[in-house]
Design a protein around this ligand. Structure first.
Ligand SMILES: Cc1ncc(C[n+]2csc(CCOP(=O)(O)OP(=O)(O)O)c2C)c(N)n1
Length: 327
């Protein structure tokens, strides 16, 4: 198989600013959730992706509206980028009637079919065979949709991952497997769960390409996604993109993450995807003080408004627990 060719791309200043907005919004959403959970206001487990935002932004930016995502617990930003407004998403975390599942479940188990979001299950890696199934539907129906399926390096050790990649490889399915390799699966460092350095090499065993990239570089993620999506749409099958990154907080907000060192965290914080991209945008004269302030003000307004909306929204009525059932 020939190696993956470098994908060329050109983004207009407005598109680069839009990327910047999403990075900031997703960061701010998670940071606010982290505070709210400590105040006892959130009725869901909170698994922030602070430090990993470039992966969601770079991948979702490379998708069409009619493409699909299969997110996992740390991918709340993909809901926002696929079109769920911040009020609804915050309501979902507060388990209010204005949330995606009208207060029935916590956080990320909801999906939104019309927006191309397939809700996840709790079992690690179980979203991957589902993504392969979705991609099989696209192939059988001769549409050119693509599905992006997210997972952590920990999930790449479970059977579902291997079955999904095998099936997708055999059937040449239009799926992009995106590994968010944040170095830990809960408290387990990757060297204690894998005898290889790169999850990307696992793709080779299933007959397609895998690349390991800097997951904190939003443009690198975007570039790899564009190439993978183009191949998937052209009927050339799946790609595995492994994005190397780090989660700044614990596995969830109740995890103090004592299993890692301050030095390690500081090293990864120095690779924060947002200042890196900010420097790039400023050097290219896409961003200046005024534009940055404008984005930051819009982000703060959106988050404040979402929290106020969710706090004041109604709780679900007990009798509604038995409505909307599929049976
Ligand atoms: C099959 C399965 N085993 C264990 C768990 C418990 N669990 C939930 S998240 C998690 C760690 C996930 O690590 P990784 O896949 O690397 O994703 P990350 O949380 O780092 O983003 C574990 C062990 C689970 N949900 N499902």
């Amino acid at each position: 198989m020939p190696p993956i060719k470098r994908t060329k791309f050109k983004l207009a200043p407005e598109q680069l600013l839009e990327m910047f907005y999403w990075l900031k919004l997703i960061r701010a959403f998670d940071e606010r959730l982290s505070v709210l959970v400590k105040q006892g206001k959130v009725r869901s487990g909170v698994y922030t992706g602070i430090g990993q935002e470039a992966i969601i932004v770079g991948t979702c930016f490379g998708l069409r509206k009619d493409d699909y995502v299969c997110p996992l617990h740390r991918d709340l930003g993909s809901f926002l980028m696929k079109g769920v407004d911040a009020r609804t998403m915050m309501s979902q975390m507060f388990a209010k009637v204005t949330g995606l599942s009208k207060g029935r479940d916590s956080a990320l188990h909801s999906g939104v079919g019309e927006l191309g979001i397939f809700g996840n299950t709790s079992m690690l890696g179980a979203n991957l065979p589902v993504a392969a199934g979705l991609a099989l539907t696209f192939k059988m129906e001769r549409t050119d949709h693509v599905v992006v399926a997210y997972f952590g390096e920990g999930a790449s050790n479970v059977g579902d991952f291997h079955e999904a990649l095998n099936f997708a490889g055999v059937q040449r399915l239009p799926v992009v497997f995106v590994c968010e390799n944040n170095q830990y699966a809960y408290s387990v460092p990757l060297e204690k769960s894998m005898a290889i350095d790169d999850v990307a090499v696992r793709a080779e065993g299933y007959g397609f390409d895998g690349v390991a990239i800097n997951g904190n570089d939003v443009l690198a993620v975007y570039q790899s996604t564009l190439g993978a999506v183009a191949r998937a749409r052209a009927g050339e099958g799946p790609t595995l993109i492994e994005c190397k990154t780090y989660r700044w907080h614990g596995h969830s907000e109740h995890d103090k993450a004592f299993y890692r060192s301050d030095e390690e965290l500081a090293m990864w914080k120095s690779r924060d995807p947002i200042p890196t991209f900010t420097t790039y945008l400023r050097a290219r004269h896409v961003l200046d003080d005024d534009k940055q302030k404008d984005v930051e003000a819009r982000v703060a307004k959106t988050i404040d408004d979402a929290v106020e909306f969710a706090v004041n929204a109604a709780d679900p009525a007990p009798e509604e627990a038995v409505t909307d059932l599929y049976a």
